[in-house]
Design a protein around this ligand. Structure first.
Ligand code: ADP
Ligand code: MG
Length: 274
Protein backbone atom coordinates (compact mmCIF):
# COMPACT_ATOMS: atom_id res chain seq x y z
CA UNK A 1 0.00 0.00 0.00
CA UNK A 2 2.73 2.38 1.01
CA UNK A 3 5.91 2.75 -0.97
CA UNK A 4 7.87 3.93 2.04
CA UNK A 5 6.92 0.77 3.88
CA UNK A 6 8.32 -1.35 1.11
CA UNK A 7 11.85 -0.22 1.75
CA UNK A 8 13.54 -3.12 3.43
CA UNK A 9 15.64 -1.10 5.79
CA UNK A 10 15.23 -2.33 9.34
CA UNK A 11 15.23 0.47 11.87
CA UNK A 12 14.64 -1.49 15.04
CA UNK A 13 15.49 -5.08 15.75
CA UNK A 14 14.37 -6.96 18.81
CA UNK A 15 16.21 -10.28 19.02
CA UNK A 16 14.89 -13.02 21.23
CA UNK A 17 14.42 -10.94 24.36
CA UNK A 18 13.43 -12.31 27.69
CA UNK A 19 11.98 -10.03 30.38
CA UNK A 20 11.70 -10.87 34.04
CA UNK A 21 9.85 -8.79 36.66
CA UNK A 22 10.92 -8.82 40.31
CA UNK A 23 13.69 -11.32 39.51
CA UNK A 24 11.21 -14.17 39.20
CA UNK A 25 8.24 -13.45 36.95
CA UNK A 26 9.16 -14.43 33.41
CA UNK A 27 6.91 -12.41 31.10
CA UNK A 28 8.61 -12.28 27.71
CA UNK A 29 9.90 -15.67 26.66
CA UNK A 30 12.00 -14.89 23.62
CA UNK A 31 10.34 -12.15 21.59
CA UNK A 32 11.80 -11.14 18.23
CA UNK A 33 10.49 -8.49 15.89
CA UNK A 34 11.63 -5.97 13.30
CA UNK A 35 10.38 -2.48 12.62
CA UNK A 36 10.95 -1.36 9.06
CA UNK A 37 11.88 2.20 8.34
CA UNK A 38 8.88 4.25 7.28
CA UNK A 39 6.33 1.59 8.18
CA UNK A 40 3.61 0.98 10.72
CA UNK A 41 4.23 -2.27 12.55
CA UNK A 42 1.51 -3.64 14.80
CA UNK A 43 2.12 -5.64 17.94
CA UNK A 44 -1.15 -7.40 18.62
CA UNK A 45 -2.48 -9.56 21.39
CA UNK A 46 -4.95 -9.70 24.23
CA UNK A 47 -4.68 -8.21 27.66
CA UNK A 48 -1.56 -9.45 29.45
CA UNK A 49 0.10 -10.83 26.31
CA UNK A 50 3.23 -8.72 26.89
CA UNK A 51 2.78 -5.80 24.48
CA UNK A 52 3.49 -3.03 26.97
CA UNK A 53 6.42 -4.98 28.40
CA UNK A 54 7.90 -5.26 24.91
CA UNK A 55 7.57 -1.52 24.26
CA UNK A 56 9.02 -0.67 27.66
CA UNK A 57 11.91 -3.05 27.09
CA UNK A 58 12.70 -1.17 23.87
CA UNK A 59 12.46 2.30 25.39
CA UNK A 60 14.25 1.23 28.56
CA UNK A 61 11.38 2.00 30.90
CA UNK A 62 11.35 -1.33 32.71
CA UNK A 63 13.64 -0.41 35.58
CA UNK A 64 10.99 1.61 37.39
CA UNK A 65 8.73 -1.45 37.16
CA UNK A 66 11.39 -3.75 38.61
CA UNK A 67 11.65 -5.40 35.24
CA UNK A 68 14.78 -6.44 33.40
CA UNK A 69 15.78 -7.69 29.98
CA UNK A 70 17.69 -10.83 30.89
CA UNK A 71 18.39 -12.24 27.44
CA UNK A 72 18.53 -11.14 23.84
CA UNK A 73 19.36 -7.83 22.24
CA UNK A 74 17.69 -4.65 21.03
CA UNK A 75 19.34 -2.91 18.10
CA UNK A 76 18.34 0.53 16.82
CA UNK A 77 19.93 1.84 13.63
CA UNK A 78 22.57 -0.86 13.94
CA UNK A 79 23.51 -0.04 17.53
CA UNK A 80 22.75 -1.82 20.75
CA UNK A 81 20.51 0.45 22.80
CA UNK A 82 19.77 -1.65 25.87
CA UNK A 83 22.02 0.33 28.16
CA UNK A 84 20.83 3.78 27.19
CA UNK A 85 18.56 5.72 29.49
CA UNK A 86 15.15 6.71 28.10
CA UNK A 87 16.14 10.38 27.57
CA UNK A 88 19.18 9.42 25.50
CA UNK A 89 17.02 7.12 23.46
CA UNK A 90 14.61 10.00 22.82
CA UNK A 91 17.56 12.00 21.49
CA UNK A 92 18.39 9.09 19.18
CA UNK A 93 14.84 9.29 17.86
CA UNK A 94 12.80 6.70 19.75
CA UNK A 95 9.92 7.84 21.93
CA UNK A 96 7.14 5.98 23.64
CA UNK A 97 3.55 7.16 24.02
CA UNK A 98 2.40 5.40 27.15
CA UNK A 99 -0.76 3.42 27.51
CA UNK A 100 -3.50 5.42 29.20
CA UNK A 101 -2.54 8.72 27.50
CA UNK A 102 -0.58 10.30 30.30
CA UNK A 103 -0.57 14.04 30.23
CA UNK A 104 0.09 16.72 32.78
CA UNK A 105 -3.44 17.43 33.93
CA UNK A 106 -2.73 20.84 35.44
CA UNK A 107 -0.97 22.18 32.38
CA UNK A 108 -2.75 23.47 29.32
CA UNK A 109 -2.82 21.48 26.10
CA UNK A 110 -0.14 23.74 24.63
CA UNK A 111 2.10 23.54 27.70
CA UNK A 112 1.82 19.75 27.52
CA UNK A 113 2.92 19.80 23.90
CA UNK A 114 5.86 22.07 24.71
CA UNK A 115 7.14 19.65 27.36
CA UNK A 116 7.70 17.22 24.49
CA UNK A 117 10.50 19.39 23.15
CA UNK A 118 12.54 19.32 26.36
CA UNK A 119 15.20 16.89 25.18
CA UNK A 120 16.06 19.03 22.17
CA UNK A 121 18.29 21.97 21.80
CA UNK A 122 15.87 23.70 19.49
CA UNK A 123 15.42 27.42 18.95
CA UNK A 124 12.12 29.08 19.76
CA UNK A 125 11.47 29.37 16.04
CA UNK A 126 11.93 25.65 15.48
CA UNK A 127 9.72 24.80 18.43
CA UNK A 128 7.01 27.16 17.18
CA UNK A 129 7.18 25.52 13.77
CA UNK A 130 6.84 22.07 15.32
CA UNK A 131 3.92 23.21 17.42
CA UNK A 132 2.30 24.42 14.23
CA UNK A 133 2.98 21.05 12.63
CA UNK A 134 1.25 19.29 15.53
CA UNK A 135 -1.71 21.66 15.25
CA UNK A 136 -1.92 20.95 11.53
CA UNK A 137 -2.29 17.24 12.27
CA UNK A 138 -4.56 17.82 15.27
CA UNK A 139 -6.73 20.88 14.56
CA UNK A 140 -8.76 19.93 17.62
CA UNK A 141 -5.74 20.60 19.84
CA UNK A 142 -5.33 24.04 18.38
CA UNK A 143 -8.90 24.86 19.36
CA UNK A 144 -8.26 23.51 22.85
CA UNK A 145 -4.75 24.85 23.29
CA UNK A 146 -5.54 27.04 26.29
CA UNK A 147 -7.62 24.39 28.07
CA UNK A 148 -6.31 22.58 31.07
CA UNK A 149 -5.46 19.08 29.85
CA UNK A 150 -7.22 17.41 32.78
CA UNK A 151 -10.52 18.82 31.56
CA UNK A 152 -10.23 17.65 27.95
CA UNK A 153 -11.85 14.46 26.65
CA UNK A 154 -10.16 11.06 26.46
CA UNK A 155 -9.70 11.46 22.72
CA UNK A 156 -8.14 14.88 23.11
CA UNK A 157 -5.79 13.57 25.77
CA UNK A 158 -4.68 10.80 23.44
CA UNK A 159 -4.03 13.46 20.81
CA UNK A 160 -2.02 15.47 23.34
CA UNK A 161 0.04 12.39 24.18
CA UNK A 162 0.83 11.71 20.52
CA UNK A 163 1.39 15.38 19.72
CA UNK A 164 3.75 15.71 22.66
CA UNK A 165 5.79 12.77 21.34
CA UNK A 166 5.96 14.40 17.89
CA UNK A 167 7.46 17.52 19.51
CA UNK A 168 10.64 15.49 20.13
CA UNK A 169 10.97 15.08 16.34
CA UNK A 170 11.15 11.30 16.57
CA UNK A 171 12.10 8.81 13.88
CA UNK A 172 10.20 6.07 15.66
CA UNK A 173 7.16 6.24 17.91
CA UNK A 174 6.23 3.34 20.17
CA UNK A 175 2.52 3.83 20.56
CA UNK A 176 0.79 1.83 23.29
CA UNK A 177 -2.93 1.12 22.85
CA UNK A 178 -4.09 4.42 21.40
CA UNK A 179 -7.61 3.03 20.98
CA UNK A 180 -8.09 2.16 24.63
CA UNK A 181 -11.40 3.42 25.99
CA UNK A 182 -12.23 5.55 22.95
CA UNK A 183 -15.36 5.48 20.80
CA UNK A 184 -14.86 3.77 17.40
CA UNK A 185 -15.22 6.98 15.43
CA UNK A 186 -12.54 8.67 17.48
CA UNK A 187 -10.27 5.65 17.15
CA UNK A 188 -10.52 5.89 13.36
CA UNK A 189 -9.79 9.60 13.52
CA UNK A 190 -6.64 9.03 15.58
CA UNK A 191 -5.44 6.23 13.32
CA UNK A 192 -6.00 8.42 10.26
CA UNK A 193 -3.72 11.01 11.85
CA UNK A 194 -1.10 8.36 12.67
CA UNK A 195 -1.28 7.26 9.05
CA UNK A 196 -0.72 10.74 7.70
CA UNK A 197 2.16 11.43 10.13
CA UNK A 198 3.68 8.17 8.91
CA UNK A 199 3.24 9.07 5.26
CA UNK A 200 4.10 12.77 5.36
CA UNK A 201 6.76 12.94 8.07
CA UNK A 202 8.18 9.46 7.45
CA UNK A 203 7.86 8.60 11.14
CA UNK A 204 7.91 4.84 11.78
CA UNK A 205 5.46 3.39 14.29
CA UNK A 206 5.45 0.33 16.48
CA UNK A 207 1.86 0.14 17.57
CA UNK A 208 0.67 -2.08 20.42
CA UNK A 209 -3.04 -2.80 20.13
CA UNK A 210 -5.73 -5.12 21.39
CA UNK A 211 -7.98 -3.71 18.71
CA UNK A 212 -6.74 -6.03 15.98
CA UNK A 213 -9.33 -4.88 13.51
CA UNK A 214 -8.29 -1.24 13.39
CA UNK A 215 -4.58 -1.98 13.83
CA UNK A 216 -4.49 -4.32 10.84
CA UNK A 217 -6.37 -1.79 8.78
CA UNK A 218 -3.59 0.77 9.21
CA UNK A 219 -0.45 -1.31 9.79
CA UNK A 220 1.79 -2.74 7.09
CA UNK A 221 3.10 -5.65 9.10
CA UNK A 222 1.92 -7.34 12.28
CA UNK A 223 3.08 -9.62 15.07
CA UNK A 224 0.69 -11.48 17.32
CA UNK A 225 1.84 -11.94 20.86
CA UNK A 226 0.40 -14.49 23.25
CA UNK A 227 1.64 -15.23 26.69
CA UNK A 228 5.00 -13.60 26.05
CA UNK A 229 5.70 -15.24 22.70
CA UNK A 230 5.18 -14.24 19.09
CA UNK A 231 2.77 -16.83 17.73
CA UNK A 232 2.28 -15.42 14.26
CA UNK A 233 3.59 -12.65 12.05
CA UNK A 234 3.10 -11.42 8.51
CA UNK A 235 2.05 -8.55 6.29
CA UNK A 236 -1.12 -6.97 7.65
CA UNK A 237 -3.01 -7.86 4.46
CA UNK A 238 -2.24 -11.56 5.03
CA UNK A 239 -3.07 -11.50 8.72
CA UNK A 240 -6.42 -9.89 7.91
CA UNK A 241 -7.28 -12.84 5.68
CA UNK A 242 -5.94 -15.56 7.94
CA UNK A 243 -8.84 -17.76 9.17
CA UNK A 244 -7.49 -18.04 12.72
CA UNK A 245 -6.89 -14.33 13.03
CA UNK A 246 -10.37 -13.74 11.68
CA UNK A 247 -11.92 -16.12 14.10
CA UNK A 248 -10.04 -15.31 17.27
CA UNK A 249 -8.94 -11.74 16.90
CA UNK A 250 -11.32 -10.14 14.45
CA UNK A 251 -14.39 -11.92 15.80
CA UNK A 252 -15.63 -13.02 12.38
CA UNK A 253 -15.43 -16.37 10.67
CA UNK A 254 -17.31 -18.51 8.20
CA UNK A 255 -19.24 -19.95 11.10
CA UNK A 256 -20.30 -16.51 12.22
CA UNK A 257 -19.11 -14.24 14.96
CA UNK A 258 -17.12 -15.77 17.77
CA UNK A 259 -15.25 -14.54 20.74
CA UNK A 260 -11.63 -15.49 21.15
CA UNK A 261 -12.44 -15.99 24.80
CA UNK A 262 -13.82 -19.33 23.70
CA UNK A 263 -10.58 -20.80 24.88
CA UNK A 264 -11.20 -24.46 24.33
CA UNK A 265 -12.10 -24.16 20.69
CA UNK A 266 -9.29 -21.65 20.36
CA UNK A 267 -6.67 -24.13 21.58
CA UNK A 268 -8.01 -26.83 19.27
CA UNK A 269 -8.03 -24.59 16.26
CA UNK A 270 -4.79 -22.80 16.94
CA UNK A 271 -2.97 -24.40 14.08
CA UNK A 272 -0.06 -22.00 14.10
CA UNK A 273 1.19 -23.41 17.38
CA UNK A 274 0.82 -27.02 16.36
N1 ADP B 1 5.54 -4.47 36.95
C1 ADP B 1 5.13 -5.73 36.80
N2 ADP B 1 5.46 -6.68 37.71
C2 ADP B 1 5.06 -7.95 37.56
N3 ADP B 1 4.35 -8.42 36.50
C3 ADP B 1 4.00 -7.52 35.56
C4 ADP B 1 4.37 -6.15 35.65
N4 ADP B 1 3.90 -5.49 34.56
C5 ADP B 1 3.25 -6.43 33.84
N5 ADP B 1 3.32 -7.64 34.43
C6 ADP B 1 2.74 -8.90 33.91
O1 ADP B 1 3.30 -9.15 32.66
C7 ADP B 1 2.33 -9.70 31.76
C8 ADP B 1 2.29 -8.85 30.50
O2 ADP B 1 1.81 -7.56 30.80
P1 ADP B 1 1.79 -6.39 29.74
O3 ADP B 1 3.10 -6.29 29.09
O4 ADP B 1 1.27 -5.20 30.43
O5 ADP B 1 0.73 -6.95 28.67
P2 ADP B 1 -0.20 -6.18 27.62
O6 ADP B 1 0.35 -4.81 27.42
O7 ADP B 1 -0.13 -7.04 26.39
O8 ADP B 1 -1.58 -6.16 28.19
C9 ADP B 1 1.03 -9.73 32.53
O9 ADP B 1 0.84 -11.04 33.00
C10 ADP B 1 1.25 -8.78 33.67
O10 ADP B 1 0.51 -9.16 34.79
MG1 MG C 1 -0.52 -2.97 27.65
Amino acid sequence: MLDAAKTDETLLEVNNIEVIYNHVILVLKGVSLNVKKGGITALLGGNGAGKTTTLKAISNLLHSERGEVTKGSIIYKGERVQDLDPATLVKRGVIQVMEGRHCFEHLTVEENLLTGAYTRKASKGEIDADLQMVYDYFPRLKERRKSQAGYTSGGEQQMVAIGRALMSRPDTVLLDEPSMGLAPQLVEQIFEIVKSVNEKEGVSFLLAEQNTNVALKYAHFGYILENGRVVMDGPASELRENPDVKEFYLGVSDEGRKSFRDVRSYRRRKRWLA
